[in-house]
Design a protein around this ligand. Structure first.
Ligand SMILES: *[C@@H]1O[C@H](CO)[C@@H](O)[C@H](O)[C@H]1NC(C)=O
Length: 262
C-alpha cells in the first residue's frame, strides 16, 4: 500500500503548524542538491574503497547515512527531556519510554531529580553495555513486542514517551498499540515520529525492525489519533513550544502531545 496518493510534498507544505516540515521536504526534493549529494556520496564511496580493510564497508555506509541526514528520534527524545520537564512538570514523575535504545533514555531519566524512568525495548537488546544489562536485571527495562498487550497495569505511568517505534507499525497494529500506550499512561503521551522525506538508513535496520520505517505526515497522524479517540493535549503542546523556543530546541522529528484516556 502506498502512503503517497497525489503529491505528498505539496500536501505537507500546509501541514500541522510545524514550519520545518516544509523546508526539510523541499530541500530533499531539490535536484541541484541531490546531484551535489550524489557527488559527495561518490567521493565517500571512493574514500571508503581506499580504506577497505575489514569492516571498512560498514564504516563507509554509516558515513553515507549521516550524510543523508539520518535522524534518531530516540536521540531527539533524549535531547528533549529538559524541555519536556519544563512543559510537563509533575507529569514527568514516572515516565515510561518505548522505543529502541531505551536504556539511554531511561539512564538519563533516572539521573533527573524526582523522576522515575522505565523502558520498553520493542526490538532486540543486542550489544548492550553493562549499564543497560543492569537496568534489565533490575526490571527498569523490558523487552516486549509492542504489537500486543503491554506488561503493565493501567495508568502505571504518569507519562508515556514513544520514539522510533510507531513508524514501523502498520495501521492495523497501531490500532492496538496506541490505545495500549494510552492505557498505561495517566497524564499524557508524547509521540516522536520521523518526518516524511527523512532517511534512516541503518545497516541493521531491516533485520531488526522487520519492515522499513514509514514516515507519515502530521495530518496523517492527527487523523489517526482522532480515529482512536486520542485527543491532542493543547496545554502541553503550547508549553512545550514555548520551552523549546527558550532553550533553542528544534526537534528534528515530529512531536505530538496527547491526552491519556480519561
Ligand atoms: C482502526 O480503528 C478505527 C476505529 O476504531 C477504525 O475506524 C479503523 O478502520 C481501524 N483501522 C484499521 C487499519 O484496522
Amino acid at each position: 500500500m502506498s502512503r503517497r496518493p497525489g503529491n505528498p510534498g505539496r500536501r505537507l507544505a500546509n501541514g500541522g503548524g510545524i514550519p520545518f516540515i516544509s523546508s526539510m521536504n523541499s530541500r530533499s526534493r531539490s535536484s541541484p542538491l541531490l546531484s551535489i549529494g550524489l557527488v559527495v556520496v561518490g567521493a565517500i564511496l571512493l574514500i571508503g574503497y581506499c580504506y577497505s580493510g575489514s569492516g571498512g564497508q560498514i564504516a563507509d555506509r554509516e558515513a553515507v547515512s549521516r550524510l543523508e541526514g539520518a535522524v534518531s528520534c530516540t536521540l531527539e527524545a533524549q535531547r528533549a527531556l529538559p524541555v519536556l520537564k519544563k512543559a510537563y512538570g509533575d507529569s514527568m514523575r514516572k515516565v515510561l519510554h518505548v522505543g529502541p535504545d531505551t536504556c539511554s533514555v531511561v539512564s538519563k531519566l533516572l539521573k533527573e531529580e524526582d523522576t522515575e524512568g522505565w523502558g520498553v525495548e520493542p526490538y532486540d537488546l543486542d550489544d548492550v553495555d553493562g549499564t543497560c544489562k543492569s537496568l534489565v536485571r533490575r526490571g527498569f527495562v523490558r523487552v516486549a513486542d509492542i504489537k500486543y498487550h503491554l506488561p503493565y497495569r493501567s495508568k502505571s505511568f504518569s507519562m508515556v514517551l514513544v520514539s522510533d517505534a510507531l513508524d514501523y507499525l502498520s495501521p492495523r497494529y497501531l490500532n492496538k498499540t496506541l490505545p495500549e500506550l494510552a492505557r498505561v499512561a495517566s497524564d499524557g503521551i508524547v509521540v516522536f515520529t520521523g518526518l516524511p522525506g527523512q532517511q534512516r538508513a541503518k545497516v541493521s535496520e531491516l533485520s531488526k525492525f522487520g519492515r522499513p520505517a514509514k514516515f507519515r505526515s502530521s495530518s496523517w497522524w492527527i487523523r489517526f489519533f482522532m480515529q482512536i479517540s486520542l485527543e491532542e493535549n493543547e496545554g502541553a503542546s503550547k508549553k512545550f513550544e514555548q520551552a523549546s523556543i527558550k532553550r533553542s530546541y528544534k526537534p528534528a522529528c515530529q512531536v505530538f502531545h496527547l491526552k491519556a484516556y480519561p
